[in-house]
Write a protein that binds this ligand. Sequence first.
Ligand code: GUN
Length: 172
Amino acid sequence: MLHPRPSELSLSAFVAHYGDIYEHSPWVAEAAWQQGLREEHDSPGALAILMGKMLQNAPAEQQVAIIQAHPDLAGKAALAGALTQDSTREQAGAGLDKCSKEEFSRFEALNEAYKNKFGFPFVIAVKGLDRHAILAAFEERLHNDVLTERATAIEQIVRIACFRLTARALGE
Ligand code: GUN
């Protein structure tokens, strides 16, 4: 169960506690609250589904903006310690802070190639993946077309949010 309980919060309190579940995009939490939060939404799974719907139903420009709000994996911001707390933990959890020089260079080249092709950064829910699996997925997804990649990135962002809410419920 989430604490504080979403169903008991005012709009501003809900956004204060859960506005960061979607990277730099508190509007997702606000839209979810506007739907009317019930007791069932005090569970991380149900709240994740509701928040995910807000994103899936949002206009394409808003979807692209939220993809663009994500930092590069193993990128310069990560090296500089400039990520949100969640991103820092997720990237470290996948061992991205332990890349060799060669692996950092590969990430750098792939990040650039991906952004040049699609106009937004590569996003993947990294929980349970190591850097080798992430690099393999990165190379494979570079072959997709832009509509497929936009839909894939949004699915991955919804997964990331689900993991974040579950971690909150567990007090992590
Ligand atoms: N997947 C999980 N966390 C992150 C992140 O911080 N950036 C990107 N690009 N993908 C992620």
